[in-house]
Write a protein of this length. Structure first.
Ligand code: T1G
Length: 694
C-alpha cells in the first residue's frame, strides 16, 4: 500500500500521507507524494492539489531513522518534490494539523499556500539535531517572517502555534477542519482566480537588511549556544539569503547542511534525540499495563522544592494541594511561588492570564486530611530517613487506595521508605531538580517492589508535566547524584595536585557545562555539602579519602556566594580569584605531601569527565540505570551536561572506553578503591566494544 492516499474531490486532488507515527518524509512517503503529484498534474479535471497528513499530524520532517541509509538517497528527494509543488501549474496547498516540522514545513513552504487548524504548530527544529533546515528552510522562512524572527525561530527550533504562524505570514488561513477547510479554501482561490507568488520570490523582507542585525544575532545566539555550531551556521545561511541571489544562497545552505551533517555534534544530538525517547521504554513491563490517571496532586512541604514541583503540575493544568505544618511556612512558600510566576510574567515568558490560572490551581493547606483524595502525593520534606518514614506511615493510613506515594528524596533508599507502608508497590521516588519548575529532569526511582503500574504512571506523568523522565534504581544517589560526587571529588583532587579553581571551571565551561563544578559549589553553598560529606566519610572504605579543601574553606568562613566568598571572592554576582583560596589549597597539598604541578586543559577535561563514565558503567552493572543512554538523558537535563556532546556515556565511548578504563586504574591508585574500574567497563575496554554490548 502506498504511504500516500490519492483521492479526487471535484476539481481538488487530496494527497494524504499515511506513514505513522509522524508521517516522516521516508523514501516511501516521498515516492507516494511524487506519484500523487504527477497523477494530479496528469488529470485534466484536477485544478488544485491539497497535501495533508493522516492520523494525528502533518509531516514531522525528514525520516531521521533513515539518515545515512540508502533509503535517504532514494529518488525523489525532498527537493524534487518541492520543485514539483513550487513550479506547479496547478494550485498547491499544504493543509496542516498536528505539527509541520523540519522538512515537513519546508515542503509546505514550497506549496503556493498554507492553511492550518488552530491547534497546529509549525517549526524548524533541525538545530536540535545539530543540523539546519537544508531544504530551503533558512531561505524561505525569513522571507515570510522577516530576518530577526526567522533567526529566532530557526536557531531555537521553537514550535509556533497556528495563530502566531498566521500573524507571521507562515500560514495564510486558519481553517476549522483540516481536510474540508483546505478543500473549501482551494475552491475559493480557484473561483476568485487568486494567484500566489512562490515564497522564494518574495524578497521584500530580506532586502536592505541592516548588517548590524546579524552581528547582534551572532552575539545573543552565540551566548545561548554554549559551543553548539549549528545555530551560528544558520545565521550565516540567513545572511546569505539577504545578500546573495536565491540560487546561490540555496546552494550555500545545501553545502552548510552537508558540513553540519558530517559533524560530531550532529551524531551526539541525534543520539540524544533517540535516548530521550528510549528512556521512556521500560523493559520487562507488560505492554498491557496502563498508567493510572493523575488528575490531582498533593505535595508535602512548601519549601523551594515543594513550591517548584507544585508549579510544574499547575503549569500543566493539574490541581495541586500543597501542605506545610505551619501557616507561616505555607505563606512563605506560596509567596515564593507567586513571586516566581511574577518574574515569568514580567519577562514576558508567561501571560498574566496563564499565571492567574496556574495560581488558582494551587491550594495551600495545613491539614493532612485535604490530601487524602489526591491521585498522587509527593513528599518534599526534610532529607532524613526518620522523618520520611513517619510521613509515609501517615500517608499509608490517609491516602485513598491506589494513590501513588512518591518521595522527592535525592539519595535515600526508596525500599526503606516504602517499608513504612502497607502498600510498598505504590511507593516510588520522584526526584525533581532545583529549580523544579525549570529543570527538565524527573528522575523516577523504583524500589525492588515498586509495581509496574506505579512505574508507568510516573513515567507518563513526567512527560505530561513537561519533564524528561528517566527511571533509576534505588542505590545511594540514584543515577545522577551518585555520579556527581566523582566529578566534584576529582575537581578537588585536581586542586590539590596543581590545578586552580579558575582553570577547572574554565575547562568545564569550555566543554559546554552550564557552570564549572567549583562555581556550582559556591552557588549551592558549601556548609550543607560539608555536613553531608561528614556523614558520607564516616562510611568510607579503608584507603579512601576526600580532599579536605571544602571543609577548610568552610572553616575559614568561605561557604560560597552567600558569605561573599568560597572558592572565589564575590562582589555582588561578579566573582574574582582569591589568593586566600590558593593558600588553603597549597596548605592541604603540603599537609598530604602532594607536589603540585601544572596541568594542561585537555588533561583537566579528561580527569573531570572520565570518573563519570566509570561510575555510570557501574550503575548499568548493578541495575541502577537501565542503559547508558538513560544516564546521558539524566546528565543533560539535570546537571547541565552539554547536549551537543550527547551525554557523559556517549562522550566516554567517543573518547575511548579503553582510555577511560586506564584512567580509572590510575584514579584507584591515587584516590582509593571506590574509583576502581567496574567489571563492565573492564570487559568493554578489553573487548574494544561500546555500550551496545553492555
Ligand atoms: N523521523 C522518524 N521518526 C520520528 C521523527 C522523525 N523525524 N520524529 C519522531 N519520530 C518518532 C520518534 O522516534 C518516536 O518513535 C515517535 O516518532 C513518536 O515521537 C531536510 C533534515 C514530532 C513533535 O526534528 O520533535 O527534516 O520512540 O515520542 O512527543 O531539513 O517526535 O515511538 O519508536 O517524540 O508526540 C526535523 C523530531 C527532521 C522532528 C512528536 N524534524 N520529532 O512528539 O512523540 S530533520 C524533527 C519531534 C529534517 C530537513 C531535515 C517529535 C514530535 P518511537 P515522540 P511526541
Amino acid at each position: 500500500m502506498s504511504a500516500v492516499a490519492y483521492e479526487v474531490d471535484g476539481e481538488v486532488a487530496v494527497l494524504t500521507v499515511n506513514y505513522p507515527p509522524v508521517n516522516a518524509l521516508s523514501a516511501a512517503t516521498r515516492t507516494g507524494l511524487g506519484e500523487g503529484i504527477e497523477r494530479a498534474q496528469a488529470d485534466e479535471a484536477v485544478k488544485a492539489i491539497v497535501i495533508l497528513g493522516g492520523g494525528k499530524t502533518f509531516i514531522a520532517g525528514a525520516d531521521i531513522t533513515e539518515f545515512g541509509t540508502e533509503k535517504s538517497k532514494a529518488k525523489p528527494q525532498l527537493k524534487d518534490l518541492q520543485k514539483m509543488l513550487e513550479n506547479s501549474p496547478k494550485l498547491t496547498i499544504a493543509a496542516i494539523h498536528g505539527t509541520a516540522l523540519g522538512g515537513g514545513l519546508e515542503l509546505a513552504l514550497t506549496a503556493h499556500s498554507r492553511v492550518a487548524v488552530a491547534s497546529a504548530k509549525v517549526g524548524l527544529p533541525e538545530v536540535n539535531l545539530g543540523i539546519l533546515p537544508g531544504a530551503g528552510g533558512t531561505q524561505r522562512l525569513p522571507r515570510l517572517t522577516g530576518v530577526e524572527v526567522g533567526i529566532d525561530l530557526i536557531t531555537s527550533g521553537k514550535h509556533v502555534p497556528a495563530a502566531k504562524a498566521l500573524d507571521l505570514g507562515v500560514v495564510d488561513a486558519i481553517v476549522d477542519d483540516v481536510r474540508t477547510g483546505a478543500i473549501a479554501y482551494a475552491r475559493e482561490a480557484l473561483a476568485s482566480g487568486k494567484t500566489f507568488v512562490p515564497v522564494i520570490e518574495r524578497n521584500e523582507k530580506i532586502t536592505n537588511v541592516d548588517p548590524a542585525v546579524f552581528a547582534e544575532a551572532r552575539k545573543t545566539v552565540g551566548k545561548k549556544a554554549r559551543g553548539k555550531i549549528a545555530p551560528m551556521v544558520i545565521i550565516d545561511c540567513i545572511e546569505a539569503a539577504c545578500t546573495r541571489p536565491a540560487v546561490e544562497a540555496l546552494a550555500f545552505e545545501a553545502e552548510k547542511f552537508q558540513e553540519l551533517y558530517a559533524s560530531d555534534q550532529r551524531g551526539a544530538l541525534m543520539h540524544y534525540f533517540f535516548a530521550e525517547r528510549q528512556a521512556r521504554k521500560i523493559p520487562g513491563i507488560p505492554a498491557d499495563i496502563q498508567p493510572k490517571p493523575i488528575n490531582s496532586c498533593a505535595i508535602i512541604g512548601a519549601g523551594t522544592m515543594g513550591g517548584g514541583i507544585a508549579m510544574s503540575f499547575a503549569n500543566a493544568g493539574i490541581p495541586v494541594t500543597i501542605l506545610d505544618l505551619s501557616q507561616e511556612a505555607l505563606d512563605r512558600g506560596m509567596g515564593v511561588v507567586t513571586k516566581n510566576y511574577g518574574i515569568s510574567v514580567s519577562r514576558g515568558s508567561m501571560s498574566q492570564d496563564k499565571m492567574d490560572k496556574a495560581l488558582s490551581l494551587i491550594t495551600p493547606t495545613t491539614n493532612y486530611d485535604d490530601l487524602a483524595q489526591c491521585d498522587i502525593v509527593i513528599e518534599a520534606a526534610l532529607e532524613r530517613m526518620d522523618v520520611k518514614k513517619e510521613i509515609f506511615a501517615r500517608l499509608d493510613k490517609l491516602m485513598k487506595p491506589g494513590a501513588i506515594l512518591a518521595t522527592n528524596t535525592s539519595y535515600l533508599s526508596i525500599d526503606e521508605i516504602a517499608s513504612a507502608t502497607t502498600r510498598p508497590g505504590d511507593v516510588v521516588g520522584c526526584h525533581f531538580f532545583s529549580p523544579a519548575n525549570v529543570m527538565k529532569l524527573l528522575e523516577n526511582v523504583r524500589s525492588a517492589v515498586t509495581s509496574p503500574e506505579t512505574i508507568v504512571t510516573v513515567m507518563e506523568m513526567g512527560k505530561r508535566i513537561g519533564k524528561v523522565p528517566v527511571l533509576a534504581g534505588s542505590t545511594e544517589g540514584f543515577i545522577g547524584n551518585r555520579m556527581l560526587q566523582y566529578y566534584t571529588g576529582e575537581a578537588e583532587f585536581l586542586l590539590e595536585q596543581g590545578a586552580t579553581p579558575e582553570q577547572i571551571d574554565r575547562v568545564a565551561t569550555r566543554f559546554g557545562m552550564a557552570m564549572g563544578p567549583l562555581s556550582m559549589r559556591d552557588m549551592a553553598g558549601m556548609d550543607m555539602a560539608a555536613v553531608s560529606r561528614k556523614e558520607r566519610s564516616a562510611n568510607m572504605p579503608a584507603g579512601e579519602r576526600l580532599s579536605p579543601i571544602l571543609e577548610r574553606l568552610v572553616a575559614a568562613g568561605r561557604c560560597g556566594q552567600k558569605t561573599g566568598k568560597g572558592y572565589y571572592r564575590y562582589e555582588g554576582r561578579e566573582k574574582f580569584s582569591d589568593p586566600e583560596t590558593m593558600e588553603i589549597i597549597e596548605g592541604v597539598a603540603k599537609e598530604f605531601g602532594i607536589t603540585r604541578r601544572e596541568f594542561t586543559d585537555d588533561e583537566v577535561e579528561a580527569r573531570l569527565f572520565a570518573p563519570l563514565v566509570n561510575e555510570g558503567a557501574k550503575e548499568i552493572e548493578d541495575g541502577t540505570a537501565i542503559r547508558a543512554s538513560d544516564i546521558d538523558v539524566t546528565w543533560v537535563n539535570g546537571y547541565g551536561f552539554p547536549v551537543h556532546r550527547g551525554g557523559p556515556m556517549y562522550w566516554g565511548e567517543k573518547y575511548g572506553l579503553d582510555k577511560i578504563y586506564a584512567m580509572a586504574l590510575e584514579a584507584e591508585k591515587r584516590n582509593g578503591p571506590r574509583w576502581a574500574p567496574g567489571k563492565l567497563l573492564e570487559r568493554l575496554a578489553k573487548e574494544g566494544k561500546g555500550w551496545d554490548a553492555a
